[in-house]
Design a binder for this molecule. Structure first.
Ligand code: 4AZ
Length: 245
């Protein structure tokens, strides 16, 4: 996160760290992406976060990554489901969404606490200009390698028309994504934040409208962050999660 602030304990309890087992090791995992807990056994993340045939786990309920807080819950991923139309080109990442089915029994995986809670899925569309919150352990203005402590920042929703202007992203933008941030630059998501939440408050409830997806670097003028448009995938999420329960 560029231009962010440290998150307080319990402030973003649906944020998870998606981690991949390191090659040639049975024990070590490295953080690859963020994710969002949407049910006890389900995490939303970005499609581009998934490398097939790699063991993954999620770490929930912690702000620090190097030494997880006592409130941390670590659960292995059973199955990763990448969207059938996920596609990456030189100009954009399309349908950049995936579901992680966590390992557990009887639909019970994450244990809800003050530090681990599910985020709500959206019902309606949002108004351009709405202020929303992004978070992650990704790169910052001072570290390409990301942070140990979870950071957050506020961003504004940018219209499709504005984001599709030639000076911004032109025809790269489609209905599977939206832009958020500031055209003057400075505050943005960045590499390592991918798959993490963009939530907006509705009647005091945080609703996950976006997943960190891509952008032309980070915090640059006229190059806001691009987010997977969760409202576009509600039927997909429903069909994939219902097929299991
Ligand atoms: C990345 O490389 C990435 N500024 C993620 C988000 C943004 C740019 C790059 C948005 O994963």
């Amino acid at each position: 996160i560029f231009g962010g602030l440290k998150v307080s304990p319990g402030a973003i309890p649906w944020q998870v760290s998606v981690q991949q087992k390191t090659k040639n090791s049975n024990m070590k995992y490295s953080p690859v992406c963020g994710g969002v807990l949407i049910a006890s056994c389900w995490v939303l993340t970005a499609g581009h976060c998934i490398e097939q045939n790699k063991d993954m786990r999620v770490v929930m309920g912690t702000l620090a990554l190097d030494r997880p807080d006592p409130s941390a819950q670590i659960v292995e991923v059973d199955t990763a489901i990448v969207h059938e139309n996920y596609r990456e080109t030189s100009s954009a990442v399309y349908n950049d969404i995936a579901l992680l089915r966590l390992r557990g029994a009887n639909g019970f995986c994450a244990n809800e606490t003050q530090f681990v809670k599910t985020a709500c899925l959206p019902s309606g569309q949002l108004t351009d200009g709405t202020e929303c919150t992004i978070s992650g352990w990704g790169a910052t203005e001072t570290s390409d390698y990301g942070t140990n402590h979870l950071l957050q920042a506020n961003v504004l929703l940018i219209s499709q028309a504005k984001c599709s202007e030639p000076a911004v992203y032109g025809s790269a933008i489609d209905g599977s994504m939206f832009c958020a941030g500031y055209l003057q630059g400075g505050v943005d998501s960045c590499q390592g934040d991918s798959g993490g939440p963009l939530t907006c408050k509705q009647n005091d409830t945080s609703v996950v409208y976006g997943l960190v997806s891509w952008g032309d670097q980070c915090g640059k003028k006229n190059k806001p962050g691009v987010y997977a448009r969760v409202t576009n995938f509600l039927d997909w999420i429903k069909s994939k999660t219902q097929a299991f329960s």
